[in-house]
Write a protein that binds this ligand. Structure first.
Ligand code: NOJ
Length: 535
């Protein structure tokens, strides 16, 4: 793999709790993940990104980190994590882990110290009076401690915000990055990357954050980057036993202003960031074209590769979303329970996957997306664990519906989630109907979503990656572009079939008969002529 592997990488997101359960306790873990590395290799991804695996009371699915230098016992041990990193590398898979710098956990040693001793409170945001801020999860953003002071938590009360005006916080996270780089990880996904600094009246995108990422970039570059004066172009031995190639920093930056967003991707800051505009975009040709153009215009001038994301552990599964009348996504209006035509949604999700994978830059696949899992909307209230649900008094269903444990095999729950032997029920119940969606069932079906993802990821690796695109003339409702490799991608979002341009058909998200591309279908061709003409 090249040093700059991340520029065009396909990164698979592992939500560890729900990926595979190796010890049969109903919760996914490192043993389960290690047992499925062959599946990930065969899928054709370049890297995995794991949601937080640190010791945590799980008030927010592990985003409440009690200790940044260890592994949550339910997931395994530090030795198992090290073994996993080594095995992933043997499979040719890079490992990216989450780092959560905006907040920690009330169970952390620092917060416990702060509770016990008011003089030890400067690592957090303690105040005598709260301001009027609300928590992003609903309810107030301040909680009072027994001696009367209040602490800030932009998310759940169990997630106290860290004070980035305190140099100890900087030192701590620099050490944490080194701790994991020394153990061979290839990068970090930076949680809530724009929120770290606060003023009295603002907490988003304050300027101090950029100095933090400049420092982090220096550290990442020490491990895997090409350093000035390297005689061998940086091919020499790296500290920390990395697999080779640059170590990366990937930002979770939700900012509507593209100019502000682009600042995080300057050459000496983060390497890439998630493209949430694309993720949230409705299945609409003009809107998609606008978002793709805006993305390219934002990234190309600063030399940062765009990323293309259709889902993650926080948002409604695409199969469900694309089957609704309103196909966009908004955190505030999850449209939970609004009718969805899942067949239509599945067709569109397949077409969207081929579109995303043909675009220049990196692509993310959230576990279960490759199986076409729908959002589970009928979870019983008592099973729901997302704090968004409880903090909104049940008004917001939260994110559990996209976090249901994966179905691997067999005819009934737990669908092989707990491995071959008997196992406890998964931590969230799986729908009976998932028997048709197991990885095992889909591997046996050439037309399955899983086989589409496998074929597309393989072809993408051979033909695509970084660079740019050229739009081809096409009729209304059709998005068509060519990549430098010669690959042409045509997505038909219009109401009627359109003729495909000449060229060899490499892959299509649905049946293509008589040279016509049906609605809600994407095709990849090579050697195609100059344009996609109308009928
Ligand atoms: C973003 C993460 O993706 C989400 O799951 C989490 O709840 C918040 N950050 C807070 O850490």
């Amino acid at each position: 793999m090249s040093r700059t592997w991340w520029r065009g990488a396909a990164i698979y997101q592992v939500y560890l709790r729900s990926f595979a359960d190796g010890n049969g306790d109903g919760c996914g873990d490192l043993a389960g993940l290690r047992s499925r590395l062959g599946y990930l290799k065969d899928l054709g991804i370049d890297a995995v990104w794991l949601n937080p695996w640190y010791p945590s009371p799980m008030a927010d699915g592990g985003y409440d980190v009690a200790d940044y230098r260890d592994i949550e016992p339910v997931f395994g041990t530090l030795a198992e994590a090290e073994a996993f990193i080594a095995e992933a590398h043997e499979h040719g898979i890079k490992v990216i882990i989450d780092v959560v710098p905006n907040h920690s956990s009330t169970a952390s040693a620092w917060f416990q110290e702060a509770l016990a001793d008011p003089r030890a409170r400067d690592r957090f945001w303690f105040r005598d009076e709260p301001n009027g801020w609300s928590s992003i999860f609903g309810g107030p953003a301040w909680t009072q401690v027994p001696d009367g002071q209040w602490y800030l938590h932009l998310f759940a009360p169990e997630q106290p915000d860290l004070n980035w005006d305190n140099p100890e916080v900087h030192q701590e996270f620099e050490d944490v990055l080194r701790f994991w780089f020394d153990r061979g990880v290839d990068g970090f996904r930076v949680d809530s990357a724009a929120l770290l600094f606060k003023s009295e009246d603002a907490y988003e995108d304050l300027d101090g954050v950029h100095d933090v990422y400049r420092r982090w970039r220096e550290i990442a570059d020490e491990y895997g980057g090409v350093r000035a004066g390297d005689q061998d172009g940086g091919q020499g031995e790296e500290p920390g036993g990395g697999q080779g190639g640059e170590r990366v920093l990937i930002g979770e930056v939700w900012l509507p202003d593209q100019e502000r967003f682009a600042r995080y991707l300057r050459p000496d800051e983060l390497h890439t960031a998630f493209n949430f505009d694309f993720l949230a975009c409705p299945w609409d040709p003009a809107e998609l074209r606008r978002v793709i153009d805006l993305t390219l215009a934002t990234h190309l001038p600063i030399g940062a590769p765009p990323t293309w994301v259709l889902s993650n552990h926080d948002v409604t599964r695409p199969v469900t979303r694309y089957g609704r009348a309103d196909t966009g996504f908004q955190h505030g209006g999850r449209l939970h329970g609004s009718p969805s035509d899942l067949e239509l949604g599945r067709r569109r999700a397949r077409a969207a996957a081929l579109l995303a994978m043909a675009l220049p830059g990196g692509v993310y696949v959230y576990q279960g997306e490759e199986l076409g899992l729908p959002e589970v909307e009928d979870l019983p209230d008592e099973a729901r664990q997302d704090p968004m649900f409880a903090r909104s008094g049940g008004a917001n269903p939260g994110r559990d519906g996209c976090r249901v444990p994966l179905p691997w095999s067999g005819e009934e729950p737990p669908f092989g989630f707990g491995g071959p032997g008997p196992s406890a029920p998964p931590w969230l119940p799986q729908p009976e109907g998932w028997r048709k969606l197991t990885a095992q069932a889909q591997l046996a079906d050439l037309d399955s979503m899983l086989n589409l993802y496998r074929s597309a990821l393989r072809l993408r690796r051979e033909l695509l990656g970084d660079g740019t695109l050229t739009w081809l003339p096409s009729e209304a409702g059709v998005l068509a572009f060519r990549r430098e490799s010669g690959l042409v991608c045509v997505s038909n979002l219009g109401p009627a079939a359109v003729p495909l341009p000449p060229g060899e058909l490499l892959l299509a998200s649905g049946p293509v008969e008589g040279g016509a591309l049906p609605p809600d279908t994407t095709a990849w061709l090579t050697g195609a002529g100059p344009g996609v003409s109308g009928r």
